[in-house]
Design a protein. Structure first.
Length: 95
């Protein structure tokens, strides 16, 4: 059964009202083909409006933008073939 073997979320500052860089790391037990999506729920407390967020990725894999909604859901899309058991990272800013 497909699942994420590693999934971490970190923030650079736990303060309200400032730009906060969020770093997400994932490693799946299966290959993720281009167009595969990962949705992270309950990223609450942000004033960021619904729309696209710019994604900075450390080692490739994810597309340059992600879908965000104000209820705290972020959807990342793979832009290329992501190898199983390889850790991929995406960073984005929230206020």
């Amino acid at each position: 059964m497909p699942h994420l073997e590693v999934k971490t979320i970190e923030q650079n500052a736990p303060f309200a009202g400032i730009v906060n860089t969020i770093t997400v790391s994932i490693m799946a037990n299966v290959d993720m083909l281009p167009g595969s999506r990962v949705t992270i729920h309950e990223l609450t407390g942000s004033a960021q409006q619904t729309g696209s967020l710019q994604v900075v990725h450390g080692n490739g894999g994810f597309a340059d933008t992600a879908d965000w909604d104000i209820s705290g859901n972020l959807t990342l899309t793979s832009a290329e073939h992501m190898q199983r058991r390889e850790t991929y990272e995406a960073r984005f800013n929230l206020t």
